[in-house]
Design a protein around this ligand. Sequence first.
Ligand code: ZN
Ligand code: ZN
Length: 78
Amino acid sequence: MARCSVCGNDYDKSFEIVRGSERRSFDSFECAIQALAPRCDHCGCAIIGHGSEAHGRFFCCAHCAEQENVPQMTDRVG
Ligand SMILES: [Zn+2]
Ligand SMILES: [Zn+2]
C-alpha cells in the first residue's frame, strides 16, 4: 500500500495524483490539497477551485487580487 506523502499514513484506500512528472500518494483529499493546492497570495487560503492567476501570483478570488493591487485577473484555464 502507498504511504501518504504528507502525513505518512499507511492507508489501503490511498490514491495517487500525477502532476507532470511528479507522482505522489495521499490517504485523503485533505492531505492532497495541503500538498498541491496553490495558496492565495493575499489571504493564504488553499485554492481548491479554479482560482485566478495574475502576474505569476495566485488568488482565491478577485477581491483578494484587488487587495494586492492586482486588478487584472486572468483565468488559470488555458
Ligand atoms: Zn495523509
Ligand atoms: Zn484569498
